[in-house]
Design a protein around this ligand. Sequence first.
Ligand code: DQA
Length: 145
Amino acid sequence: GKVLVLHGPNINLLGTRQPEIYGYETLDDVNNALREKAVLAGWELDCLQSNHEGVLIEAIHAARLDGTVAIIINPAAYTHTSVAILDALNAFEGTVYEVHISNVHKRESFRHHSYVSLRADGVVAGLGTQGYQAALEAVMKAART
Ligand code: DQA
């Protein structure tokens, strides 16, 4: 099986951006740990971070055609704004898990609504970067490689 991990805007700053909220782990730390976990279980895992909505959308389009069975996405601020990312995910037939490092429900009210949750098969929030690992474990448990 193949999994795509997508990170939205500002996630490239992980480790240095508001570490009291997002922690001290870098994006490379997160992606390396995910890749290692996937590969050990015989899975393939691609990671992409972009600050551009269209790049994320085109990655979702590509995932429709390249055998990707699941997308784990932290849409970051696009969570709360992007009908376009929702529409792209609606065109993807595999599993979608939405991840938020912070507990968005404990924060400003504009973070309480997620367009992506209208499509997501599961949502993780507030577990820190461990949330990505939890989502990957769920993907690998639910499917066969
Ligand atoms: C986030 C929460 C969003 O509200 C915020 O815009 C982010 C990160 C999280 O992982 O907790 O950039 O998705």
